[in-house]
Design a protein. Structure first.
Lengths: 147, 137
């Protein structure tokens, strides 16, 4: 019963943890802007979120109806021999970005792009937080039943 | 709370950049030095950065920076004819350090901008984390 109450938050929770993952990735890129040979990394956010929530399309009613006990979006490993595939932080979701301008020291960090992505990701992180707070508020209002 | 790692990553970056700034300051201070600690002319120094994976998983998600080594520029120093100088050699030439002041200034500006960038990153991460702590309020 309580699972049903909070299941609408599952999707946003996945999105929030992915956003914080990406924020960390972008911070690493900015930190290594002067490191020779460093290759800038980023993630395909839409694909990562699809993988994490186990969706095929891009609809909105994503997390409804999925049994809320299973870890979202990962292939279930029900036996000890099973190999874990996918998941938000797996290395396969990390892509290399191409350098806008080639650099003598083989560093592919484009500071303008990284800063833009960082700001963009921060805003979207806050937006996701806002959605979660809104969901919590809605639920609390429903529980209290006051107008 | 993978975002807490941002403080480690950016912290290592600003520490590396401040070492770079420190080396630039040494070079600029010694731009006109005749003799270095070993008796010969001062050699310009340079820090070498290296990526250091610092997450719990050791993966590429949190890549910090460390200073792997400090190398010396082995180019010959500036030679000036000044026979009256007590440091002059047999031919009357004085060998100064091989520091290029313009290069050092450029290096300094670059280091300072990178430092600022990383401080900015930490500020953003901090405000996001503070808002996360208040989730549900």
């Amino acid at each position: 019963m309580i699972n049903n109450l909070t299941s609408i938050l599952d999707f946003q929770a996945q999105a929030l943890s992915l956003r914080s993952e990406r924020q960390r990735l972008l911070a690493s890129n900015i930190a290594n802007a002067d490191t020779p040979g460093y290759k800038s990394r980023d993630m395909d956010f839409a694909k990562a979120l699809r993988d994490a929530t186990g969706q095929q399309g891009g609809g909105t009613s994503l997390s409804m109806g999925r049994p809320s006990g299973t870890a979202a979006g990962r292939l279930d490993t029900t036996q000890s021999g099973h190999i874990r595939i996918g998941g938000a932080t797996s290395d396969t979701n990390l892509l290399y970005s191409t350098a806008g301008q080639p650099n003598l020291d083989n560093n592919t960090v484009d500071m303008d792009r990284e800063r833009a992505s960082f700001a963009d990701n921060a805003i979207k992180y806050e937006a996701t937080l806002g959605f979660i707070n809104g969901g919590v508020k809605t639920m609390l209002d429903a529980i209290k039943g006051t107008s | 709370m993978s975002m807490l790692n941002i403080f480690n990553v950016s912290g290592s970056a600003i520490s590396a950049q401040s070492k770079r700034l420190n080396v630039v300051a040494s070079n600029l201070a010694n731009a006109d030095t005749v003799a270095g600690p070993d008796g010969s002319a001062y050699k310009a120094k340079q820090v070498n950065f290296q990526t250091q994976f610092m997450g719990a998983d050791g993966g590429p998600g949190s890549a910090g920076v460390s200073v792997s080594s400090i190398s010396e520029n082995q180019a010959a120093g500036r030679r000036v004819l000044d026979p009256k100088n007590p440091s002059a050699d047999a031919d009357g030439y004085v060998t100064y350090s091989n520091v290029n002041a313009i290069e050092e200034m450029v290096n300094m500006i670059s280091a300072s901008r990178s430092y600022q960038n990383n401080v900015e990153v930490m500020n953003t991460a901090k405000s996001l984390l503070l808002k996360t702590l208040q989730m549900g309020n």
